[in-house]
Ligand binder design. Structure first.
Ligand code: V47
Length: 380
């Protein structure tokens, strides 16, 4: 790795343990697992932010990316019962829902206005919906909205579909790709530590399987995002280990586009006794992920999860993306998030500019979208 921070003055760090890390960045040396642990243990948030911002500006200058997207969650029925989750419901729960194919296609078009460039589609592990049903859902979306990128199904959903259909992960991905899936979102990675996974999401695939599913997708030419859930029972060692394992797979496949650190929201979950995340922790996670993930181009501060205000500050702590309009969010709002479910395009522009950054609308592959601001009417 070439030096990303040469010719900048070192930070006046409060934490002497961060000095050798800064020197490594200056000389272009990759940070180690131990460096990650040191940073996660440090409370010198300003020095971490200073270093991450140097890297961020070296990679992306002043640009902050956003997109005009819509989330679609076709069902919240889920066999997994993860303690971390407030979204998934048992099939017999009177509050559970499953959309019909027509409902999915209809909801996708609400507020479409020629502006949405991405549908982000994830849902529960439904015990009855078949791979054929999902393929029909995807091909129906592609037929109706051919210009829209379909970022659909987490590694966890893919592995579950393979298990149910008794076929390989590769075969599932082949069928979904043929139906029109363009890439995969980053959810379900949580934290790879077996110890923590056993407590927070014991019915999900383990970290090794999550990475293996991503490896197969990447090797088939399907790009994906990746995530890490923090703010629950994890240690500094678990966090650093998670980032190092993502980085190692990225060295191999170069298939990850964006990393999104996700703060655990405890309300309405089986872990509701845990305190919610803090702004300081959110910024620290953004900064350390920017520093550790030297081979993943984009770090997203997901405004739904960390609030628009913190996501804005995060643009000076290592993040270069803020997600998009979203339109309707369920996973975090079921877990007590008090953020809006939707930001208009003009709100995103304003928010990014107020952070002193240059907003750039992108598609899912980070190609620039140019359009006049007056082209937008009511919703977006
Ligand atoms: O997989 C679930 C997490 C993820 C809770 O790829 C929870 O661009 C906090 O993956 N508190 C879904 N987190 C969100 C996600 C995502 C979001 C934005 C962009 C992208 C992308 C991906 O949220 C789940 C899980 O890791 N989650 N329940 C909860 N109570």
């Amino acid at each position: 790795m070439s030096s990303l921070v040469a010719a900048k003055a070192p930070p006046q760090t409060d934490d002497p343990l961060l000095k050798p890390i800064f020197e490594k960045l200056e000389s272009g040396e990759r940070l180690s697992y131990e460096d990650g642990v040191t940073m996660f243990r440090s409370s010198d948030i300003l020095s971490l932010g200073f270093m991450a911002n140097l890297v961020r500006e070296q990679l992306h200058g002043d640009i902050t990316y956003f997109n005009v997207n819509r989330h679609i969650n076709p069902t919240d029925v889920c066999v997994a019962s993860c303690r971390l989750c407030a979204f998934g419901k048992r099939a017999k729960d009177p509050h559970a829902y499953t959309m019909s194919l027509e409902q999915v296609w209809e909801i996708a078009g609400k507020g479409y206005a020629e502006a949405v460039t991405e549908f982000h589609i994830v849902g529960g592990l439904h015990p009855e919906l078949t791979l054929d049903w999902f393929c029909e859902m995807i091909s129906g979306l592609k037929e109706r909205y051919p210009e829209v990128h379909l970022k659909a199904f987490t590694m966890v959903e893919i592995a579950y579909l393979a298990k149910r259909a008794k076929i390989s992960v590769r075969q599932v991905l082949e069928q979904l790709k043929m139906a029109g899936v363009d890439s995969l979102p980053g959810g379900g990675a949580e934290i790879f530590s077996d110890r923590v996974r056993r407590i927070i999401c014991d019915h999900k695939i383990d970290g090794h399987e999550w990475l293996e599913t991503a490896r197969i997708a990447h090797n088939m030419g399907l790009k994906s995002n990746c995530t890490m859930l923090y703010g629950h029972l994890e240690t500094a060692e678990d966090l650093s280990d998670h980032l190092v394992r993502l980085r190692a797979l990225q060295d191999e496949t170069n298939g990850f586009v964006t990393f999104i650190p996700l703060a655990f929201h405890p309300a309405n979950t089986a872990l509701s006794h845990l305190p919610p995340t803090s702004g300081v922790n959110d910024l620290k996670q953004i900064a350390i992920s920017r520093l550790m993930l030297d081979n993943i181009s984009h770090i997203k501060a997901y405004w739904i999860m960390m609030t628009p205000d913190v996501a804005q500050i995060a643009q000076r702590f290592g993040a270069n993306d803020i997600d998009g309009t979203v339109v309707e969010e369920k996973i975090y709002h079921d877990a007590g998030a008090v953020t809006a479910q939707h930001l208009r395009r003009k709100d995103l522009l304003q928010l990014i500019r107020a952070a002193g950054r240059e907003p750039v609308e992108r598609d899912t592959s980070y190609r620039r979208i140019s359009r006049s601001e007056s082209a937008f009417t009511v919703l977006v």
